[in-house]
Design a protein around this ligand. Sequence first.
Ligand SMILES: Cc1cc2nc3c(=O)[nH]c(=O)nc-3n(C[C@H](O)[C@H](O)[C@H](O)COP(=O)(O)OP(=O)(O)OC[C@H]3O[C@@H](n4cnc5c(N)ncnc54)[C@H](O)[C@@H]3O)c2cc1C
Length: 267
Amino acid sequence: MYTAAFHYHKAKSVAEAEQLFAANGDAKYLAGGQTLIPVMKQRLAAPSELIDIGGLPELSYIKHQGNIVTIGAGTCHAVVANSTDVKSAIPALAGLAGGIGDPAVRARGTIGGSIANNDPAADYPAAVLALNAHVRTTKRLIDGDAFFTGMFSTALEEGEIVTEILFPVPQKAGYIKFRNLASRFALTGVFVAKFATGVRIAVTGAGSCVFRVPEMEAALTKNFAPEAVANISVSPDGLNSDIHASAEYRAHLVTVMAKRAVAAALA
Ligand SMILES: Cc1cc2nc3c(=O)[nH]c(=O)nc-3n(C[C@H](O)[C@H](O)[C@H](O)COP(=O)(O)OP(=O)(O)OC[C@H]3O[C@@H](n4cnc5c(N)ncnc54)[C@H](O)[C@@H]3O)c2cc1C
């Protein structure tokens, strides 16, 4: 363990966590620790104060009311995956949660931590963007279209805590990712959601940040079938290229995953 010395604070409430954050200079919130702890072990982050918001009951719940599924930010992936409310209202979201990492990661990692971290290959950002979800924080309600601002960056301000995510229930939805076999992160993942007002599609893993594909959305709004996107491709310019896959390969995967996501939504 190579972490620098830090002070650990166990917050008893969200309000207390915010106070602790405001009172301490170089602070970071700790939720499931599935990203922050490895990052600290690699010495890529060295906060002097860790404010633990993990396990707070006020952040851990799932509610299905009317046409909205609301998930508390501290809800871990395994609970979302196994929720009867999520499985019946948005089965693609339950499936997404069940495909994150391994059982240990799913037992500790939280939805709030995942979207606050905004890893370019994380799964939840695709669901938030495609489902047009809203992110409630201790300060405001943020539109999903405005939440993810770039690689590992979001609209969150210093000290702002995500408290819940509000997902509109679509008519149909599907999520398919081509996974990195070691980490299970998405090399490229596509979430498609069909609403009465039209179709939204979001891609994770391919670029520096989750993004929508308007041309595919227009085609699927006219004809919600895999063939509708079969001849639509995205440019590899600006896509991620690394030891796992080239930008051209990821661009190819966007079309393939989009077709499979639509097929999954129709299944
Ligand atoms: C081996 C392994 C495999 C993984 N595979 C996948 C995968 O396939 N797909 C995938 O999507 N992810 C994957 N992950 C990441 C995992 O989903 C993490 O759980 C998630 O990225 C972070 O959630 P956390 O609760 O652990 O957050 P933490 O690690 O505790 O925190 C992450 C960041 O978010 C901030 N934060 C946490 N909660 C809040 C909040 N409520 N409000 C504001 N800021 C907050 C923290 O300050 C920190 O900066 C994997 C992780 C590991 C270790």
